[in-house]
Design a protein around this ligand. Structure first.
Ligand code: NAD
Length: 530
């Protein structure tokens, strides 16, 4: 029986999460473990679960010789040395999705509360007064909602507010067009155009150098008169001073803020204004969000140890779960295609260029490129190479990697991925796409058109396109009891050179390859394992 992989949990997570870990792994719950004890024991574990206190630094990681993943129950990863983990190919994954629904629902609450003055009317009535006139509101129906940042939370809000009959537009320069189409959101190319047209504006970007203060005095000036604003993302994305001025002048009708430039926040002048609704950063504070954190971190650990890609790995490109599903067949294909080069050639690589043509160009393709590099380096790199460190290892070996997205369709293909690998002597070219059943196919190799689902064992043969060669190859393979599953011959012109690509059921040995190469008009033959 296979021994179970081991996980150590050093800080408190939800019981449900611990159950998930215990079912799949040998889980040690050690909430009070000392630093010394952890340093001593860490080499025994495949996974580590922490919150914000356990220091996962160079010293700990250097001793963690079996560690494959660090799971952070929560968001911030300040206590984890990401560089040191990446260098060792250790995944660091957090749980940013666990509270997205809670934050989205609070944002919607902020929009509704503002449009109907609910908190103000509540205070008014409870103070013993009865009057409707100060509280006349506006409907959300038929209004334009401008979302800045169409990530996890932004997109949840988009679909929900569309159900309210709002027209939803969004500005997010960093995501694929396909994401706008999927959420039926109109893509706005420039922030100022969103600010000019929206009746309600809500921000859902991370707090970065670029986004901190991205909505200030100048931006407020171009907004519609009577605009309503929500910030449930991070304090300071909307400059508080400019917001204050806008609210006081009546340019901005109202604002709903869960987050504040300084937190905790007590004497903020914004709190004095009647048209401002505030909450003390409660976006993630629901029973469900807290349970989700524990379960999500546990599931990520279990999946990562099964060798699956972890969507929330912070040392991988950020990718949304459903987008990952859409590109998964390409990831699998390119990893296989990556393994071909070094099994055919020994020449060091200088440059890898990947062109994404057609529909696939609308997707986030970074993970596909990484998969190719992982496959490429695996046959030749002694150290562990995985999705996390593949690009870093390529860089360390002097391989430059570039990718391009080209919206046009290549040669009639709906999708086409063209890979060029340049070495000192020339360029090796591969092309791949998906079949109608979404199975990965090799469709071009060195200018020859083929149509092959790459299998575990393959044979590549270059020969002159003259009668008799195919028959002789078949004969030798038959004599060696190697079954040919499929055989494709690509040639450019009759009588010219041809490339044969065979899927075979077993590995070919050197003796068999020699016999094939001895056939007249065969230039070379190589067996590879994917
Ligand atoms: P996400 O990473 O899924 O989405 C953020 C989006 O912002 C991305 O699509 C990104 O491309 C986009 N973006 C980045 N820079 C941009 C820019 N300059 N202009 C326009 N778009 C830009 O993040 P998420 O999970 O949706 O979280 C959104 C925000 O909500 C974060 O700031 C997060 O910290 C915050 N949050 C707050 C609470 C709370 O308690 N109030 C809870 C959860 C999340």
């Amino acid at each position: 029986m296979e021994t179970k992989k081991r996980v150590i949990i050093t800080e408190k997570i939800d019981e449900e999460g611990i159950k998930v870990l215990q079912e799949a792994l040998e889980a040690d719950v050690c909430f009070n473990i000392s630093r010394e004890e952890l340093l001593e024991k860490i080499h025994e574990y495949d996974a580590l679960v922490v919150r914000s206190v356990t220091k996962v630094d160079e010293e700990l990681l250097s001793r963690a010789t079996n560690l494959k993943i660090v799971g952070r129950a929560g968001n911030g990863v300040d206590n984890i040395d990401l560089g040191a983990a990446t260098q060792r190919g250790i995944i660091v994954a957090n749980t940013p999705e666990s509270n997205t629904m809670s934050a989205a629902e609070l944002t919607i609450g902020m929009l509704l509360a503002q449009s109907r003055n609910i908190p103000q009317a509540n205070t008014f009535l409870k103070s013993g007064k009865w009057d409707r006139s100060p509280f006349q509101g506006v409907e959300l129906y038929n209004k334009t909602l401008g979302i800045v940042g169409l990530g996890r939370i932004g997109s949840l809000i988009a679909t929900r507010m569309a159900a309210f009959g709002m027209k939803v537009i969004a500005y997010d320069p960093y995501i694929a067009d396909e994401r706008f189409e999927r959420f039926k959101v109109e893509k706005i190319e420039r922030l100022e155009d969103l600010l000019r047209t929206a009746d309600f504006i809500t921000v859902h970007t991370p707090k970065t150098k670029e986004t901190f203060g991205m909505i200030g005095e100048k931006e407020i000036e171009i907004m519609k008169d009577g605009v309503r604003i929500a910030n449930v993302a991070r304090g300071g994305i909307i400059n508080e001073k400019a917001l204050m001025e806008g609210l006081k002048s009546g340019k901005i009708a109202s604002a709903g803020l869960d987050v504040h430039e300084k937190e905790p926040c007590y004497g903020n002048p914004l709190f004095e204004l009647d048209n401002v609704i505030v909450t003390p950063h409660i976006g993630a504070d629901t029973k469900e969000a807290q349970e989700n954190v524990g379960i999500t971190v546990a599931q990520q650990i279990v999946n990562a140890l099964k060798g699956e890609i972890v969507p929330n790995a912070v040392n991988l490109p950020a990718i949304h779960r459903d987008e990952l599903m859409a590109i998964r067949p390409y990831i699998e294909l390119l990893e296989k295609l990556g393994k071909i080069y070094y099994q055919l050639y020994q020449e060091p690589i200088e440059f890898v260029n990947i062109d994404y043509w057609g529909n696939i160009a609308a997707q986030d393709v970074e993970m596909i490129t990484i998969a190719f590099i992982k496959g490429l380096l695996e046959p030749v790199v002694e150290d562990k190479v995985n999705y996390i460190n593949a690009k870093l290892v390529a860089e360390q070996r002097g391989i430059r990697v570039e990718q391009q997205k080209i919206k046009e369709h290549y040669d009639g293909y709906m999708d086409f991925i063209e890979i060029k690998i340049r070495n000192k002597k020339g360029t090796f070219v591969l092309g791949g796409n998906l079949s109608s059943k979404r199975q990965g196919k090799l469709v071009k190799i060195q200018g020859y058109e083929v149509d092959v689902n790459p299998s575990d064992y393959m044979l590549f043969i270059q020969n002159m396109d003259v009668p008799g060669v195919i028959g002789n190859i078949g004969k030798i393979l038959g004599q060696e009891h190697i079954n040919v599953a499929t055989m494709q011959v690509g040639r450019n012109a009759k009588g010219d050179m041809a490339m044969m690509v065979l899927n075979i059921d077993d590995e070919v040995n050197q003796e068999t390859l020699r016999k094939i190469m001895d056939i007249e008009n065969v230039l070379w033959a190589k067996g590879i394992k994917l």
